[in-house]
Design a protein around this ligand. Structure first.
Ligand code: ZN
Length: 427
């Protein structure tokens, strides 16, 4: 894809992917449009060389793959990222009345959002609804596509300390306002709203997984239009660039895999998270389908390589002192290799060298990140995947600011650079 087509496609993808369910649905639609076949985990797989396939796990994680050419040396080239972002999850009995004047929703925090960034912005709800089926529940995705909710700030006159650092309470300060009180405002109010939205009888709704999202659209900004300002850059940027690289890279000697897992922001310990048998089982199953023997799987693993792709911290213009004195990424100067002595990242000298070589071959600049020695920093799916797979791996990502704000800031050039490095990897 050309640079500006890729960026345009990315902004549209973010806008129509408010939570992990929609992100995975949009990725799967793109794969189907590009000739990938959706596999059912409960059916027998008949895979062939150069074939293109994908599976979805519990509606919110996806593994897409293109089998290597016939007679090629069987091995995996894997890029992993995540579909979820920090925010708020709606609780089951969520309707709360305030002195018979307001209706608000009871929510809990998902992952580690910067709470203050969620205030005073138009919000809505998205996720999935489970409705009655013949034998088992049927999933319907839902995105209430209108400005519906808001978390209003308290006036500064009533909280003079707000600009001096304020501790937010997630059971009090961040509950979103839904409506003024009205006649029909009983505990089924939200179910009625959902039933109207997906046009189904209210008594057909069994359950839901619903999250808040911010309505403001992604945009390009800066004097030279060099920045991407959007929600969920962490980590839809990596999901988008890796899936597009898989689609655009064509046939290869290696079996190329893109994994987008859910629940990274809460530790990955779910069936659809990276800390599950999902990835290993799928790789083993592909190998057995193609080669027939378990031994071939272990041989393939020993020759394979994984790129764990998650966003990285750029040098902040107002907080330069928070960056490492010598390893500080700059926006639009290329993908970032993340290193930590604690092994919070998988990268080591060998795997970093492999990625540097890839960038060099692709004509793309690349940078390195370490935490300041007196800061702990974050982690990602790379080390978690290493618990399950004996594969050489590197942790990389694009430099960005305001990570876990409801609106983050990244670079236009970087999104194209990393896509080119992924194409090179899959070639
Ligand atoms: Zn992330």
């Amino acid at each position: 894809m050309k640079k500006f087509d890729l960026i345009d496609d990315f902004l549209k993808f973010i806008d129509k992917s408010p939570v992990s369910y929609q992100a995975v649905d949009n990725l799967s639609q793109k794969l189907i449009d590009s000739g990938f076949e959706k596999l059912d985990k409960g059916e027998k797989w008949n895979l062939r060389h150069s074939g293109k396939y994908f599976i979805i796990n519990n509606d919110s994680s996806i593994i897409a793959f293109r089998i290597g050419k016939i007679n090629s040396d069987f091995k995996f080239h894997i890029i992993g990222s995540h579909s979820d972002s920090p925010g708020f999850r709606v609780k089951p009995k969520s309707i709360m009345e305030v002195d018979r004047n307001y209706i608000k929703l009871n929510t809990e925090v998902y992952g580690g959002p910067i709470l203050s960034t969620w205030f005073d912005r138009p919000l809505s709800l998205a996720g999935r609804v489970l409705i009655k089926g013949d034998q088992k529940p049927i999933t319907r995705l839902i995105n209430i596509d209108r400005d519906l909710l808001i978390i209003p700030n308290l006036a500064i006159h009533m909280n003079r300390e707000v600009n001096n650092g304020y501790t937010f309470n997630a059971q009090k300060d961040t509950l979103p306002l839904l409506s003024l009180m009205q006649e029909e405002a009983d505990e089924n109010f939200l179910h009625r709203l959902i039933s109207e939205e997906i046009k189904i009888d209210q008594d057909q709704i069994l359950d839901f997984d619903l999250y808040l999202y911010v309505r403001e659209k992604a945009s390009i900004l800066g004097y030279n239009s060099e920045f991407i300002s959007a929600g969920r850059l962490d980590n839809l940027a990596m999901a988008h660039s890796s899936i597009n690289a898989l689609i655009d890279s064509g046939e290869s000697e290696s079996t190329n895999i893109v994994i987008v897992t859910d629940n990274e922001e809460v530790g990955s310990m779910s069936r659809q998270g990276a800390d599950s048998p999902m990835i290993r089982d799928t790789l083993e199953r592909i190998s057995i389908c193609i080669n027939g023997e378990r031994e071939d799987f272990y041989r393939a693993i020993s020759k394979s390589f994984m790129i764990s792709a998650d966003m990285a911290h750029a040098l902040h213009p107002n907080y330069a002192e928070k960056a490492d004195p010598t390893n500080y990424p700059i926006i639009n100067k290329g993908p970032v290799i993340k290193l930590a002595a604690s092994k919070a990242y998988t990268s080591d000298g060998y795997s970093s060298a492999v990625y540097k070589q890839l960038c060099d071959n692709a004509g793309v600049p690349c940078q390195e990140f370490t935490n300041r020695s007196d800061l702990r920093g974050g982690s990602t799916i790379g080390p978690i995947t290493s618990k399950h797979l004996d594969i050489a791996a590197v942790d990389i990502g694009n430099p960005m600011l305001a990570m876990h704000s409801v609106r983050e800031l990244g670079g236009v050039d970087d999104h194209y650079y990393i896509y080119k490095s992924f194409i090179e990897f899959f070639k």
